[in-house]
Design a protein around this ligand. Structure first.
Ligand code: GDP
Length: 306
């Protein structure tokens, strides 16, 4: 229970997202105690962004973007400057960012029930998305190890919860894809009960990375999924995939699809969850996504030890 509360605190804005929901927690990042400073994080390329100096002027774009920013714990929204915003995202980098390198990754186990998942206190991120969204490619691109993505693709493993341990300290969890092509039920949330059970019961879940294919217009099933997670107060980050497909092809460009998706989300949210553009082909967004994950994880860890 305590852990669940900590998970929710992780994304303090999420509790304010749904108009229909009361605020389950009144805590605001600035009301919490923050230990680390970004300048103490050796691996953080944005370290200079949060050293406390406030550059004199904000650009017009920063003023606009600020209205849809994800401001993490430890950052006062009024102190956000352009160089604190991760490129290709709405994510502000705060004092918990750092340690974003993937040194090693090991497949730990496949589980078909939440209660069979590894039993330890290490934080985890769940990867979720429609089949063919590019989930295996994204996992492979994050950890730069082909075997990991191949494990996720192996017949029989695709409907299981697959745990991969990164740097012996945190997990990437590959969840079954949803919305298989042309299935009539695909317009509804049709996760198997074990997947839903995982979200609702996994106390070490730091955040869900909800993958959205930016090369196609917003899909109802993705919106339904985001809304289900939001209604259940589960922290999430929208990871837009295939953002390299900027030119040519039929239909709209990824940036337009992303804007439309976020517009549709706005109908349900007061503020946007964190989102980020990626491409496993060009490498777009990799370091930024790992930094974002590091700040969520480090904050989670710091709450754990307090
Ligand atoms: P999964 O079913 O969600 O695991 O998706 P995969 O990772 O197998 O990818 C599905 C298809 O999308 C494959 O044909 C990939 O080559 C393609 N794909 C995945 N990521 C990207 C990307 O970033 N850019 C482009 N252009 N194609 C991608």
């Amino acid at each position: 229970m305590l852990l669940t509360l900590r998970c929710r605190l992780l994304n303090p804005q999420l509790s304010k997202l749904f108009r229909s929901l009361p605020h389950p927690h009144k805590s605001h990042p600035s009301s919490l105690t923050f230990g680390a400073s970004i300048s103490q994080q050796p691996n953080c390329p944005y370290a200079s962004a949060a050293k406390g100096q406030r550059p004199a002027a904000l650009s017009e774009s920063a003023k606009f973007v600020r209205t849809v920013l994800f401001v993490p714990p430890g950052v006062n929204p009024d102190d956000v400057t352009d160089d604190m915003i991760l490129p290709g995202s709405n994510i502000v980098l705060g004092p918990y960012a750092g340690d974003a390198k993937v040194k090693d990754v090991d497949f730990v186990k496949s589980s078909n029930r939440p209660k069979d998942c590894p039993k330890d206190d290490r934080p985890e991120f769940a990867m979720l998305g429609r089949s063919n969204v590019g989930k295996s490619s994204l996992i492979n691109f994050l950890v730069r190890k082909k075997e990991v993505a191949l494990t996720s693709k192996r017949p029989g493993k695709t409907q299981l919860i697959n745990h991969f341990l990164v740097n012996k300290s945190w997990y990437i969890v590959d969840l079954p894809g949803y919305g298989f092509a042309n299935a009539p039920e695909s317009a509804r949330m049709d996760w198997s009960s074990f997947t839903k059970g995982y979200f609702l019961n996994r106390e070490t879940l730091v955040s869900v990375l909800l993958l959205i294919d930016a090369s196609v217009p917003p899909q109802k099933i993705d919106l339904d999924c985001a809304n289900w997670l939001g209604r259940n107060n589960i922290s999430m980050t929208f990871v837009f995939t295939k953002c390299d497909k900027m030119k040519g092809g039929k239909g709209r460009r990824p940036d337009e699809n992303i804007r439309n998706f976020l517009e549709l989300m706005k109908e349900n949210y007061r503020q946007h969850p964190p989102w980020i553009m990626t491409s496993s082909i060009t490498g777009l967004g990799r370091d930024e996504l790992l930094l974002h994950m590091s700040q969520l994880r480090n904050y989670w860890d710091s709450e754990e030890t307090n």
